[in-house]
Design a protein around this ligand. Sequence first.
Ligand SMILES: CC(C)(COP(=O)(O)OP(=O)(O)OC[C@H]1O[C@@H](n2cnc3c(N)ncnc32)[C@H](O)[C@@H]1OP(=O)(O)O)[C@@H](O)C(=O)NCCC(=O)NCCS
Length: 333
Amino acid sequence: MSNLKAAITGVQGYVPDYILTNDELSTMVDTNDEWIVSRTGIKERRVLKGEGKGTSVMGVEVVNGLLKKTDTDPLEVDLIICATVTPDHVFPATANLIAATTGLDNAFNFDIGAACSGFIYALTTGALYIESGKYKKVIVVGADKMSSIVDYTDRTTCIIFGDGAGAVMLEPTTEEFGIIDSIHKSDGHGAEFLQMKAGGSKHPATETTVKNREHFAYQDGKTVFKFAVINMADYAEKVMKRNDLSGSDITYLVPHQANKRIVDATAKRMGIEDSKVMMNIQRYGNTTAATIPLLLWDYEKKLKKGDNLILAAFGGGFTWGAIYLKWAYDPKN
Ligand SMILES: CC(C)(COP(=O)(O)OP(=O)(O)OC[C@H]1O[C@@H](n2cnc3c(N)ncnc32)[C@H](O)[C@@H]1OP(=O)(O)O)[C@@H](O)C(=O)NCCC(=O)NCCS
């Protein structure tokens, strides 16, 4: 192994302008603001409106913003990885479309599909390319247009999800900053509890699959809830233990924003107080692969060089994991 670490040297987020409030949802399905807030913590979420606008539109926004913010020449970027379950097309990869529009003409690009764990899987993958010494600038994007696969007649799912994107730049450092450790897991036995039933090679689109609303996200909420709490906390604890960290060493827990109750239960199990838990679910809902980079973007000004962060996620697959990283820069103006 080289002594290189992959440090995050910039972060950028983007959410579409349109705000879908709980009150508006209450005009679409039998629900209300009080129920949604008390059961999920969500007040509003964003929706990308406009004919022909896919996830890559949001990916382009964050990559352009990131290039500008980090003063990076697009031709210097070696690799872009996009975590998403709502790609513009089954193929080509959304990362490829983002790269073409942002002028990353020397990069190679691919997508990672690990649902709500997509960003942490992609971050670990990107970090390994840097640690190998092979690449010097890797962009990791988490982006999802969940409104394109949410059934707005199903009150158990449409209240949760929203659209958004986030991205980080990874660069090598020989100092003890950046991605220090990561631990991931997948279990296909969980597939049936959180999935899109049709539209893949097993059940291609037919009149029947459309009629049966099988091209929307389906979830067994209670089962997902239970596994999310157990596994997010379990893996966050594992990565902390492996690095001799206790709750008091952690500056922030950066948890996937699935449901405020899932986040609260995870933090409690880990012994981390509320003030150390990043949270923005109230404004964006669950944006799937985008939640963690959107949190880093929202909290960027509060982060200092050397802060210890634990990133933790759980999602469809099932997929889950945790990353320990040391923040690599002080707030910039
Ligand atoms: C979906 C979820 C919010 C439902 O919350 P819950 O507390 O488990 O609620 P339940 O499913 O037990 O439903 C309780 C009641 O509320 C009703 N209900 C469900 N959605 C409702 C809504 N939007 N508004 C009002 N009532 C609703 C149910 O029909 C049920 O009524 P009943 O008791 O008469 O049958 C919750 O299970 C959850 O967040 N699961 C995890 C989802 C997730 O994180 N997915 C992304 C993967 S990372």
